[in-house]
Design a protein around this ligand. Structure first.
Ligand SMILES: [Zn+2]
Ligand SMILES: [Zn+2]
Length: 174
């Protein structure tokens, strides 16, 4: 039982870490898919939390979920129950963190418990929907501050890359 719980937690923690740093933040800097599908205004719960038949929404959801599936593939040998529980909890959290779109307000004691466990509440996640530079860490709030640093670093590198490209093009013309 303890092993299954640890595997489920590790799957979610490592999955969130990989998803945040390898997909979510880089996608905000270099991509368009996540921005257009997940940060479009006036979209409903179904759009954000359930993989709709819209190909772009589907692709964004699948790419974000890949790290969790990767962790499940690694961890199922340790505990298959833990790996399945981790994936189910991860999916449940996707639905739960978007219930704000349905007008939900998290009870105070749940918010307190989540703060103690560093778990992202729907209100915390909604901050990210309103402002793309804050509220990172889809499941764990501990990734928020380092992800903001990662976002700034990648944005700087994008500026550097663009100026480098521009210089190269300019030198070529000369
Ligand atoms: Zn969201
Ligand atoms: Zn985002």
């Amino acid at each position: 039982m303890l092993k299954a719980c640890l595997v489920a937690w590790l799957l979610l923690f490592a999955g969130d870490f990989l998803s945040t740093f390898l997909y979510h933040v880089p996608e905000h800097v270099f991509g368009k898919l996540h921005l257009t599908t997940h940060h479009a205004f006036k979209k409903n719960f179904r759009h954000y939390a359930i993989l709709t038949v819209n190909l772009q929404v589907l692709l964004d959801g699948i790419l974000g979920a890949c790290p969790y599936l990767f962790m499940a593939a690694l961890l199922y040998q340790v505990s298959i129950v833990g790996a399945i529980a981790g994936l189910l909890l991860g999916q449940f959290h996707v639905w739960w963190r978007h219930v704000n779109a349905l007008g939900w307000q998290t009870p105070g004691w749940v918010t307190f418990a989540c703060q103690m466990l560093f778990i992202t509440t729907p209100e915390q996640h909604w901050l990210h929907h309103k402002n793309i530079t804050v509220g990172f860490g889809d499941i764990f709030t501990v990734f928020d501050v380092p992800a903001q640093g990662w976002l700034r670093t990648l944005r700087l590198s994008r500026v550097f890359l663009r100026s480098f490209k521009y210089e190269k093009a300019f030198a070529f013309k000369l």
